[in-house]
Design a protein around this ligand. Structure first.
Ligand code: NAD
Ligand code: ZN
Length: 364
């Protein structure tokens, strides 16, 4: 088993990564000295696959778990579902020492985390992320929240989990398209922070795509380490944490103008990262060879690297970019790379440069 420490003073916690972890859920929770009553929050796809195991493990360890199932998909991250969860928790008489287990992808993690952050002004929660994206990204760092009609993640709280269990076996049932989307975040960690991780991904990609446990375990652990390191230095996003948004300025805008339908998040940020690499080549000295390696790795992972936009769509894209949460004082700021493994943030980019890098045959 691999263990990554997230060092946040009194709120520090461990991320455990290994096959066959779900059956250990109860034992692991017992170590945290939490109350007996608890609730698993899961979705309608993951629940039928794994809730039975999770419930059995908790019961065997002496806990009294309730099961709350929300519909699968992004729309589950709603205030309405938050209230439904509160009602279930109250019905099951959860109290201050009780805890919530988030069993699912990033949607369930964000929703369940927000419920835990606010119910009784905050109760403990444990993450059991079941997508690659959730294992390397959303379950680490303590951001929780739900969507409003006006936009994604507009209501939320920082609330750190007490433990994260990444069971590698659970990823076997994940559809390959979702798995590839998670790889877009994995590749991001190499670009923003770790040259040797990037090189390892270039070598190990075929094994990764086959979900080979040894490679998968070490890569996921390294990604969690990087995120923990960044979050540990900047828990509330006042500076360094911005680097995690590499490729996300354009990525988020693409998601927004396609009404969150056409692209999975990982696919949109794959296009966004390739565009950011090309901008970096023009503006912050990213060598041509690095730009090619980046583009190539996303391609080999089976991810989209370019998009064709009509003039109308392009206008909408820039509109969406200006609306992004990360904009301050009306100015769109980019994270750009200087080389693979080293990025700078807060970079201004002229709109004319952006148009050129979005299409496959775009100017370099
Ligand atoms: N809190 C953060 O820091 C943070 C960071 C990144 C993303 N997010 C959020 O994460 C969400 C996206 O998460 P996601 O990509 O995990 O999507 P998701 O939770 O919707 O999961 C994707 C799909 O896969 C299914 N699924 C999950 N695990 C499975 C498994 N093991 N086997 C079979 N099917 C499975 C789900 O039911 C769902 O249909 C977004 O809402 C995003 O805002 C949060
Ligand atoms: Zn992302």
């Amino acid at each position: 088993m691999r263990t990554v420490e997230v060092p946040l003073g009194q709120r520090s916690y461990q991320i455990k990564i290994a096959p066959k972890l779900l059956p250990r859920l109860g034992v692991e929770c017992r170590r945290l000295k939490l109350g007996a009553r608890c609730a698993i929050i899961t979705d309608s796809t993951v629940g039928p696959l794994y809730a039975k195991n999770a419930l059995a493990s908790l019961k065997e360890a002496g806990f009294d778990p309730a099961l709350i199932t929300v519909p699968a998909g992004e729309t589950a991250k709603s205030i309405r579902n938050v209230e439904r969860c509160y009602d279930q928790l109250a019905k099951h008489r959860l109290e201050r020492k009780s805890f919530i287990v988030a069993l699912g992808g990033g949607v369930v993690g964000d929703l369940a985390g927000f419920v835990a952050a606010t119910y009784l002004r905050g109760i403990p929660f444990v993450q059991v992320p079941t997508t690659l994206l959730a294992q390397v990204d959303s379950s680490v760092g303590g951001k929780t929240g739900v969507n409003l009609k006006a936009g994604k993640n507009l209501v939320g709280a920082f609330h750190q989990p007490r433990l994260v269990l990444c069971d590698l076996d659970i990823l076997r049932s994940l559809p390959q398209r979702e798995f590839r989307a998670g790889l877009a975040e994995v590749i991001k960690y190499g670009i923003i922070y770790d040259t040797s991780l990037f090189a390892r991904l270039e070598r190990a990609l075929p094994r990764l795509l086959r979900k080979q446990p040894a490679v998968l375990g070490s890569v996921i652990a390294r990604c969690c380490e990087i995120k923990a390191d960044v979050v540990g230095q900047d828990e509330t996003e006042s500076g360094l944490r911005a680097i995690l948004n590499f490729g996300h300025t354009i990525g988020h805008a693409l998601e927004a103008i396609s009404s969150y339908g056409k692209y999975l998040h990982g696919e949109a940020i794959s296009i966004g990262q390739v565009a950011a690499a090309k901008l970096s080549n023009a503006l912050t000295g990213l060598p041509e060879a690095d730009t090619k390696r980046i583009t190539q790795l996303f391609k080999r992972a089976g991810l989209p690297t370019a998009v064709t936009l009509t003039a109308v769509q392009r206008k909408a894209l820039f509109g969406a970019m200006r609306l992004d949460k990360k904009v301050s004082a009306g100015e769109v700021k980019f994270v750009l790379a200087q080389r693979i493994g080293k990025v700078v943030w807060g970079q201004r980019v002229p709109e004319s440069e952006i148009v050129g890098v979005l299409t496959a045959d775009g100017r370099r």
